[in-house]
Design a protein around this ligand. Structure first.
Ligand code: COA
Length: 181
């Protein structure tokens, strides 16, 4: 399994850095499109609509939440191609652009989060992974702790509680600016 930043990746000319408050609208759009395109293979339309609502007021609420959260953005030529938001125990949201799936972007974002967690002395990273994202997190060394059911806008969405123990002293090399490989 590739799990250090020193290895060669397919990601080229992609920068990884915190996103600014005015990236929140782009992030919400990416989130919305990715859920409705990529997660559609595992969830029904009512579930997708509950997860990434089309209604404007609800979309604004997500934008406001994104503005407040600690985050890592992946940008290519200045365009947002993926992002992750952090919560106390680990990953909150992790979404890659629907047209940039399978190109190593989420791997890089997650490694950056793990580096930050290790620097802060965190022992475990926890994520409520979607059914769609479960194989990705499995590849990244996360174990399935249990299946879970979340309720969004009154609709039940199955997800997977997954976690990974960070090796003691596993602080990783910091990704800087345009860290292409
Ligand atoms: C899950 C997600 C973030 C993965 O992003 P990605 O950039 O496509 O993933 P990567 O290209 O970095 O994949 C890293 C590794 O995981 C593997 N992987 C990723 N998705 C996979 C899948 N569905 N099935 C099997 N393997 C998968 C890749 O093959 C790669 O392994 P490799 O290095 O051996 O080739 C992306 O599919 C996504 O946005 N999904 C929809 C949103 C979602 O469900 N988010 C999670 C909410 S918690």
């Amino acid at each position: 399994m590739k799990n250090t930043l020193d290895e060669e990746y397919e990601v080229r000319n992609v920068s990884f850095e915190p996103f600014a408050a005015d990236d929140a609208e782009d992030a919400e759009r990416l989130f919305h499109e990715t859920v409705h395109a990529v997660n559609a293979r595992d969830y029904s339309l009512p579930q997708l609509d509950a997860w990434a609502p089309c209604e404007e007021t609800q979309r604004q609420k997500i934008i406001e939440r994104l503005r407040r959260q600690e985050s890592i953005a992946a940008r290519e030529c200045g365009i947002l191609v993926g992002f992750e938001t952090l919560c106390e125990d680990g990953v909150d949201m992790l979404y890659v652009h629907k047209d940039r799936q399978g190109q190593g972007i989420a791997r890089r974002i997650l490694l950056e989060l793990e580096r930050m967690a290790a620097e802060r002395g965190g022992a475990d990273i926890v994520v409520f992974a979607s059914i769609t994202a479960r194989p990705f997190f499995g590849k990244m060394g996360y174990n399935l702790d249990c299946m879970n059911a979340a309720v969004r806008n009154g609709v039940i969405l199955a997800n997977c509680l997954m976690s990974r123990r960070l090796a003691p002293g596993s602080a990783m090399r910091k990704i800087s600016g345009n860290s292409g490989s």
